[in-house]
Design a protein around this ligand. Sequence first.
Ligand code: UT7
Length: 333
Amino acid sequence: MNRAAVIAGVGGHVPARVVTNDELATRFDTSDAWIRSRTGIAQRHVIDAGVTTSDLAAEAGRRALKNAGEDAADLVIVATTSPDRPCPATAPTVAAKIGLGEVPAYDVAAVCSGFLYGLQAGAGAVLAGYARRVLVIGAEAFSTLLSPTDRTTAVIFGDGAGAVLLRPGRADEPGAVHDIHLASDGTMADLITVRGGGSEERAGGGTPREEHRYFQMEGKSVFHAAVRRMTQSSRTTLARTGWEIEQVDRLVGHQANTRILHAVAEQLGLPPERAVINIDRVGNTSAASIPLALADGMERGELRTGNRVLLTAFGGGATWGSATVTWPDLPVS
Ligand code: UT7
């Protein structure tokens, strides 16, 4: 039987502090009604001072290990847009915080598609025999990137982390990762940016601009590209897996906007109720979004052993991708 990387554990973590739409409406010219109707978001979780992306990632990683009944991993991959520092990578800090010893650990930067990029790297390491227990974590302290004067981004994003543990297994067992399709288009790099802090700014010779410290997004263009690319990529990975759309039990899309998720489901011909949605409670958590939705869907009983699950995301770069997974048999705490 064909070998596959298999999901052996899933964990999610959000910081305790909840910021409601009404609270944001006291700071920005916005309203609960606008945010709910345009995005589907009712609240998001935000870190307290002193908490970092690696703290969130380590907690999600610990939970995935516990869920798998494991206490060790031999590779850690952290997908993030909000690393603790521009240098070094956040993953070694995460491995140290979990207490995993001198394991290889590196970051993946693909913004909202980051988890799927990390999943492919992790699954590849398992299949090549380089690692037998791989923690793939998506983690964001995204609130640290948000401009205090930009209502568009302030209402969308939240903080959190999610993780899966991968192990070697068979393609016919629950938890198997069947196919991962990834793509990018660097000509769309300006749609989603944090312009400051990199070589472009430093080699530019000018004075760094305040607004370049913050995340900026051309929302409308991103919306349309996200629907188109997530739909295309989903079709590619479904065809490669040999699944018809009606065989998909659950769509776990990047939680960017409920309207995007419903549009993707509609274009694929999937009933909208098959989409796992937690954006209402956590907002858009970028690289953490898919693994956090997996942990949430598992805990709420929306993902059941043997379910055929389609994952899909679009993010800065531009990057996008999709994956097919059979849901594992995992203990629910
Ligand atoms: O995670 C990476 C991928 N990200 C995404 O996929 C996000 C994709 N984009 C989106 O989800 C949506 O484009 C947004 C939620 C960002 C914006 O929704 P939209 O329906 O595209 O709104 P819009 O930008 O076209 O703005 C509509 C109106 C504008 O006012 P006028 O010009 O019609 O008078 C905006 O100024 O809504 C206004 N507006 C707001 N009003 C209240 C924009 N942001 C806000 C706000 N509160 N926060």
